[in-house]
Ligand binder design. Structure first.
Ligand SMILES: [Zn+2]
Length: 282
């Protein structure tokens, strides 16, 4: 699933490319990916209005249009936005030679929105869980942004909290934008077991988690996200964070610190990766 760094990469690129442009039409073969209003009303609302701003909130993309229209896109498990110029031939979107036509992850187009300059903004999503909707306002009820919060406020989030640290970090209501990949990597760098009860963590642990959370998220933004799975940039290219991951999907491989084999177990239905030697329970 695209997490904070992947969504940030998409938003930053889109800002450079489509602010000031207008959407002019919409095609979809999967109407239920447009949650509200109906596809016809949705199309009417978003077309022929200037795109004035684009923001990220957690894993959500917000596109602000003239007349106060706010379009929300959540890419969910396997969705990603692409920007290019396709041709519609024999009921199929055909991309130019390059990553958009050669990488099959860029070929599951289910919503294609035309722009007034002849290009299209398309949503490629193999599993079709992604969604678009029009919002009444841009208040999204999720936790604070990990790159905007300061240490004291971060520390305060844990006051009187119970639970396992990895699950809290991945809980969008607790803190926004972090999913399985980054929670695993943050805890490895912090030398904390993913199942550790937060009540057992000390000040030094929280300082490490905070520092490593900001470091890893920024590092991944710099590398343009993680493409271990299906994420691609709006140009259809892979990011680079998967090349420096230390534990995620590395079960059976030696830990970079101590050579102990990385292990995998299931935590709340999610594959969880850690070094049993570096990340001991207290
Ligand atoms: Zn280790």
């Amino acid at each position: 699933m695209p997490e904070l760094p992947e969504v940030e990469t998409i938003v930053n690129d889109l800002k450079k490319e489509i602010i000031g442009r207008c959407f002019v039409n919409l095609w979809t073969d999967t109407e239920n990916m447009i949650k509200r209003p109906s596809v016809n009303d949705f199309t009417k609302k978003i077309t022929n209005k200037k795109i004035v701003d684009i923001k990220r909130r957690g894993k959500n993309i917000l596109i602000y249009l003239d007349k106060g229209i706010i379009l929300l896109i959540h890419q969910k498990i396997s969705g990603h936005l692409l920007l290019s110029k396709w041709e519609f031939i024999n009921n199929q979107w055909v991309a130019k030679p390059g990553p958009l036509s050669e990488d099959k992850m860029n070929g599951y187009l289910h919503i294609v929105i035309g722009l007034d300059d002849g290009r299209q903004l398309a949503l490629s999503d193999q599993r079709k869980f992604a969604k678009m909707e029009i919002l009444k306002d841009d208040k999204i009820d999720i936790g604070p942004e990990p790159l905007e919060i300061d240490y004291n406020s971060f520390r305060e989030l844990f006051r009187n909290k119970r639970g396992k640290i990895k699950q809290l970090l991945m809980n969008q209501e607790f803190i926004a934008g972090i999913g399985n990949i980054y929670a695993s990597e943050i805890l490895f760098l912090s030398k904390i077991h993913p199942e550790e009860e937060v009540s057992k963590l000390d000040e030094k642990d929280f300082e490490n988690i905070f520092k490593n959370m900001q470091f890893i998220l920024k590092e991944s933004i710099r590398l343009r996200g993680d493409s271990f799975s299906d994420f691609r940039t709006i140009y259809g290219e892979k990011g680079g964070f998967q090349n420096i991951m230390k534990v995620y999907q590395k079960d059976g491989q030696p830990c970079v610190n101590c050579k102990t084999k990385i292990e995998r177990f299931n935590l709340g239905g999610r594959g969880t990766f850690y070094c049993p030697n570096c990340q001991k329970k207290k």
